[in-house]
Design a binder for this molecule. Structure first.
Ligand SMILES: Nc1ncnc2c1ncn2[C@@H]1O[C@H](COP(=O)(O)OP(=O)(O)OP(=O)(O)O)[C@@H](O)[C@H]1O
Length: 698
């Protein structure tokens, strides 16, 4: 890394004029930063000074406009701790204006957002613009026409250093970027940060993959799956803003703590309009109050349930045996049963939604009646057809052969009524499976039923059989390995006409229905054959720690390659056997963690949480819940193992691994939960145990 004095020797190859500024390249970069800041301020003031009173329009349209202007002002904020640019590219040849946000030329400053001067010329180019891509991809073997890549280092908002790679200079040796390493090792406090300055080439390929295709990323802990998924959303919103503004984008995460942890990343990248939800929130047709046994939940999440539900929804379709007689004025029009039957059969055979067919049926019947009227010498018009469709006789015919279906009531009946379930599940589920689905004591009404999370997904499937679920433009699913086939279907129907980014790690699957293979998951998502990428370079966990955790891989996910680590931190792993007085030792380890900079996570089996909370309280050590933002003052979080997924802390104190393993219904899931817990640390992991460590850890 260059300090200001060192940089004075750096010859700037592109500038020929030997001015005073050349002797002080850092000073010149600072001047560009100051000028860019001033330009951003001017851009913001321009928007702020817009007088919306002059804009004529309705009350609603002016409200919408006000909101857009407010969002634009927010997006133009100059955040004190996020530098306006983090890199510079000097090309060998001039770049066209089209590729560089109207800039053109050879030199570009790369930042989180576009900034232009009063004349409209760009001063900072958005990292997502085509001209910025070589910042992430160019290498000595493939310089992509880049002469020099410069990375900037900041301290407290001040530009303090830079680092150059002269990619087209054959004599320059390859070196690991110190700025990159410093950025990756920055202590973690607060929510997840963006990685826009340091996206790696293999990550960039995923971030910028085409919007039309679905992409699946298998990645070991800390390889940046979540980070990549969020940056992909930001990239897609830049590259396809209009299309996605119309159709919408969504990030699906495992729980609220996780969503709170990641919720700042997209706004920091200037993207405010992305929905975030858990699968449960996504399918929220009922209030979830109940739970299922692992076996029942697995069965309810099995893709065969889709076929059972389809049968159940359609169970009421009955071929008519009576004619439909419509009385209009003094005349009666009779549609014989066989004609009605033909109409119903035809609708039943067509692959349209149950509800759409229900809406079409009265019109079909009315049309057939109209034909009779014409044959009888009348000349009915469209209004007559509408009136016939609303006729009581037609309504009665529709009701008897194609009854309306309420998805909630339907699933309530399916789980309460053995005969109804048996008919729908015939040839699909065996008798034991059917028995497992039925409520032991059927609740009286759908409203009071103790719906479980899996039931809510069944209801969502039923709802989609009745009315098509609207599709979004793009959906990112994180921690996807934990989704059941029915949950994949629920997410998949929200991107039928769009695409998805599926992120996960088979080794971290901890639900009874966890994904066995990505091909299978993608099938249930409705995206067969999507491309699967594997990320193995780990950014979070130090080498020693990931090597230790990876000892579990043969037992939990035999086919997977262990992650590497970008950082070797000798001494980052400490294993401590504590024959007695575990709580006191854990408290000491937390205090030791707090003596370092950054966040401390105390991870323990869920059953251990109350005792540890009490011990922390008694010792006067304040702590947070996962998902509550850590601050410089409150840096210790007490994390139940079941909520640790996706989160990270500078220092992790891991309490009693054997209890974490024992907390799960089966040994493999227990080891997977432990694998998650072992891979949360950025700088140091202290494992404290009284009981023997699981044998698989060696
Ligand atoms: N290119 C990068 N530059 C700097 N930091 C990075 C980079 N990629 C990932 N990271 C950091 O590494 C950490 C782990 O990333 P992330 O949480 O996205 O990994 P993950 O694969 O989703 O992990 P897990 O499987 O545990 O959920 C984060 O702090 C992230 O900011």
């Amino acid at each position: 890394m260059h300090s200001p004095t060192e940089t004075a020797d750096t010859a700037d190859t592109l500038d020929t004029a030997a001015t005073a500024a050349d002797a002080d390249p850092l000073g010149r970069e600072r001047a560009h930063l100051a000028a860019s800041r001033a330009a951003l301020k001017a851009m913001r003031e321009d928007v702020e000074s817009l007088d919306l009173r002059d804009v004529t329009g309705t009350w609603v349209s002016s409200l919408v406009l006000r909101k857009q202007v407010d969002e634009r002002i927010k997006a133009l904020a100059d955040l004190a701790h996020t530098p306006l640019f983090f890199g510079r590219l000097d090309y060998l040849h001039a770049i066209s204006e089209a590729e560089s946000e109207g800039g053109g030329g050879e030199r570009f400053y790369i930042g989180r957002r576009h900034v232009h001067d009063a004349g409209g010329d760009p001063m900072v180019i958005d990292w997502r613009a085509p001209v910025s891509q070589p910042f992430y991809r160019a290498s000595r073997t493939e310089p992509l026409d880049v002469a020099k890549r410069r990375r900037f280092g900041y301290t407290g908002g001040e530009l303090t250093a830079y680092e150059d790679e002269n990619l087209s200079d054959p004599d320059e040796a390859d070196s690991r970027s110190a700025l990159l390493a410093a950025e990756i090792e920055k202590p973690r406090v607060g929510p997840m940060r963006d990685i826009v300055a340091t996206i790696q080439p293999e990550q960039d390929e995923i971030v910028r993959a085409d919007v039309t295709g679905t992409i699946c990323v298998q990645g070991a802990p800390g390889t940046g799956k979540t980070a990549v998924g969020l940056h992909r959303v930001a990239y897609l919103l830049y590259a396809h803003r209009e299309r996605l503004a119309r159709t919408g984008t969504l990030v699906v995460g495992p729980n609220r703590s996780f969503l709170r942890y990641i919720e700042q990343v997209l706004p920091a990248l200037g993207e405010l309009d992305v929905a975030q939800a858990t699968v449960q929130e996504l399918v929220g047709h009922v209030e979830v109050r109940g739970t299922d046994s692992a076996d029942t939940a697995r069965l309810k999440g099995d893709a065969r349930m889709a076929a059972v539900l389809r049968n159940a929804v359609r169970a009421g379709i009955t071929l008519p045996t009576e004619p439909c007689v419509v009385v209009r004025g003094s005349r009666r029009w009779r549609l014989p049963a066989y004609e009605l039957e033909q109409i119903v059969r035809e609708l039943a055979e067509r692959e349209i939604r149950y509800g759409a067919a229900l809406e079409a049926l009265p019109q079909r019947i009315a049309h057939a009646v109209l034909v009779k009227m014409e044959q009888g010498g009348e000349a009915p018009d469209d209004r007559v057809q509408d009136a016939v469709a609303r006729n009581a006789a037609v309504k009665a015919a529709v009701k008897s052969c194609w009854p309306a279906v309420d998805p909630v009531k339907l699933v309530h009946r399916l789980l309460s009524d053995a005969a109804f379930l048996a008919a729908a599940a015939d040839g699909i589920l065996d008798a034991d499976e059917q028995a497992a689905l039925l409520w032991a004591k059927p609740p009286r009404s759908a409203r009071t039923a103790p719906w479980s999370a899996a039931d809510a997904v069944l209801i969502d499937e039923a709802a989609d059989l009745v009315h098509r679920t609207p599709s979004l433009g793009h959906v990112v699913v994180d921690e996807a390995q934990d989704l059941s086939p029915m949950q994949y279907r629920a997410v998949g129907r929200r991107c039928t006409t769009g695409s998805a980014t599926v992120l996960g790690d088979l080794a971290q699957g901890t639900t009874p229905w966890a994904t066995g293979s990505w091909a299978e998951a993608l099938h249930h998502l409705g995206k067969d054959g999507a491309h699967v990428e594997e990320l193995t370079q780990g950014f979070r966990v130090p080498g020693e720690v990931i090597a230790y955790a990876s000892r579990l891989l043969p037992a939990i996910a035999p086919g997977l390659a262990p992650a590497t680590s970008v950082r070797d931190l000798p001494g980052s792993l400490a294993l401590r056997h504590v024959p007695d007085g575990l709580d006191a030792a854990v408290l000491d380890a937390c205090r030791a963690g707090l003596r370092h900079e950054g966040s401390v996570g105390l991870i323990a089996a869920d059953a251990r949480i109350p005792a540890l909370a009490e011990a922390l309280g008694a010792a006067g050590l304040p702590f947070l819940d996962p998902g509550t933002e850590t601050t410089a003052e409150a840096r210790l979080t007490l994390v139940p193992a079941s909520l640790a997924k996706g989160l990270e802390y500078d220092h992790v104190v891991l309490d009693e691994p054997a209890a974490i393993v024992a907390g799960e219904p089966d040994h493999r899931t227990g080891l997977r939960r432990l694998y998650v817990a072992l891979t949360r640390a950025v700088s140091g992991l202290a494992v404290l145990h009284t009981e023997p460590l699981p044998a698989e850890l060696g």
